[in-house]
Design a binder for this molecule. Structure first.
Ligand SMILES: Nc1ncnc2c1ncn2[C@@H]1O[C@H](COP(=O)(O)OP(=O)(O)OP(=O)(O)O)[C@@H](O)[C@H]1O
Ligand SMILES: [Mg+2]
Length: 427
């Protein structure tokens, strides 16, 4: 059978037929760019992530867990586009148009230029696109629309892929800026085939703990702008409100002198944010003491506990260790290592970190303290926020930005500096 396939592939019938191009190829300088037509939303935090707004003919996939605020953000964006004189077609296949209208009423986003329809079949959506010729198309969500000729129910891999392909083709053909809403599975992956991510021009995610009002919008892929940019929002009754100065958003209200708390500056995209890490160390009655991480990487917590055990005098072998970030933010970069170790050591020794002090550094398996990327920008942000001193890796030789710097080569030294009650003379 393999032989048969080989013969067929080599035969003349396998050659692709020569057709007519839709447009002649052009010298690259003569190809028009649509950059000037970018549709800014005037929602600063959203535009920041999109790289200045939506590009006509581009397709954005917006993902997020249920209740993250995808529909809310898009309704607000639709209203902003409408205010800018653009027509928006909002296809709500998930909720009835009546429900969407109620939400729009709550958000104060009732504009005549926002057209609402509840069709879930792709041919009907494309027909509406043709008759209304909108500037912006929103499909909420790609998992609930289907093509009748394609087998499988809405949300199946084939349906999601085929529906998305048909909508993307229409968007490109008519130059419509399009946003597809996508669901996110429990492990944080966009549901549906990965091919969806290749089909679209940009992939954005809204993340945030549903018990907290804070939401982070992040671009993980963007053909028209930077990736790694982060938008900060607060969920309110009036919708998502951008938080421009996110400086202290992820700091708790712990009174000075509280033990088990350390502050570091994390970089979300290009944005430095001051984040608090909290730890609780309690005597365990279990044979295998618990290690529980919330908002932090559980594997990293296990590893750092092992490093603390063997490379410093902080012993937590018979203790349960709970560690958490504040405000529902997910801290995964290694720059958070020292803050996590400091919080655990502070809880164990019952000594607080001196107020106004941040700690910054990656911890290696040998207990060494490593420099983290863009330390200088992080320190500048710490100074701007009013912090006065910082424990940094010895390898840092950049400016202090007015902070008192305490340099440490190894973890144990860094912990002693971080938890020393006296303000040592820095460099
Ligand atoms: N009256 C209100 N005041 C404040 N927040 C509200 C109010 N009503 C709804 N919310 C917030 O809006 C969130 C729901 O937002 P939205 O429906 O936009 O999410 P979604 O991402 O579209 O979810 P789904 O995937 O289920 O469609 C709720 O989780 C809640 O936090
Ligand atoms: Mg929704």
């Amino acid at each position: 059978m393999g032989e048969e396939t080989l013969v067929a592939a080599a035969g003349p019938s396998a050659r692709a037929p020569v057709g007519q191009p839709r447009r002649a190829a052009q010298p690259i300088r003569q190809v028009s760019t649509d950059q000037h037509d970018r549709a800014a939303t005037d929602i600063g935090e959203l535009d920041r992530v999109l790289g200045g707004g939506l590009v006509p003919g581009s397709v954005v996939l917006l993902g997020g867990e249920p209740g993250a605020g995808k529909s809310t953000l898009l309704l607000q964006a639709a209203d902003a586009f409408a205010a800018g004189g653009r027509t928006v077609l909002y296809m709500s296949a998930e909720e009835s148009p009546g429900q969407v209208r109620l939400r729009a009423q709550r958000l104060g986003a009732l504009s005549d230029r926002v057209l609402l329809a509840g069709d879930a079949e792709v041919p009907a959506i494309l027909a509406l696109v043709q008759s209304h010729a909108p500037d912006v198309l929103i499909v909420d969500s790609i998992q609930t629309v289907r093509i009748p000729e394609v087998s499988g129910s809405a949300g199946s891999v084939t349906q999601v892929r085929e529906s998305a392909a048909a909508i993307v083709a229409a968007a490109k053909e008519h130059g419509i800026a399009t946003v597809l809403v996508g669901h996110v599975t429990k492990d944080g992956q966009l549901a549906g085939p990965r091919v969806l991510e290749h089909l679209v021009d940009a992939v954005c995610d809204i993340e945030g703990d549903r018990h907290h009002a804070l939401r982070l919008l992040r671009a993980t892929k963007n053909r028209f702008g930077p990736v790694g940019e982060v938008g900060c929002f607060e969920m309110t009754g009036k919708g998502l409100v951008g938080v421009e100065d996110a400086g202290r958003l992820f700091m708790g209200d712990t009174p000075p002198g509280t033990t088990g708390v350390a502050v570091t500056i994390t970089l979300e995209g290009r944005r430095p944010l001051a984040c608090e890490v909290q730890a609780l160390v309690a005597k365990s009655v279990l044979t295998n003491p618990r290690r529980v991480a919330s908002g932090l990487d559980a594997q990293r917590l296990n590893l750092l506990v092992a490093v603390l055990e063997s490379r410093s005098d902080v012993t937590v072998a018979n203790c349960d260790v709970y560690a958490s970030s504040v405000g529902g933010v997910r801290l995964t970069e290694p720059a958070v290592d020292l803050a996590l170790c400091t919080a655990i050591a502070s809880a164990r020794r019952d000594v607080p970190v001196l107020p106004g002090r941040i700690v910054l550094g990656e911890v290696g398996l040998a207990g060494e303290l490593r420099l983290v990327a863009q330390t200088q920008r992080r320190l500048a942000e710490a100074a701007r926020l009013g912090f006065t001193s910082a424990v940094v890796p010895a390898a840092y030789d950049g400016p202090a930005h007015g902070l008192q710097l305490h340099r440490a080569r190894v973890l144990s030294g860094a912990l002693d500096l971080a938890l020393s009650m006296v303000s040592l003379v820095g460099v």
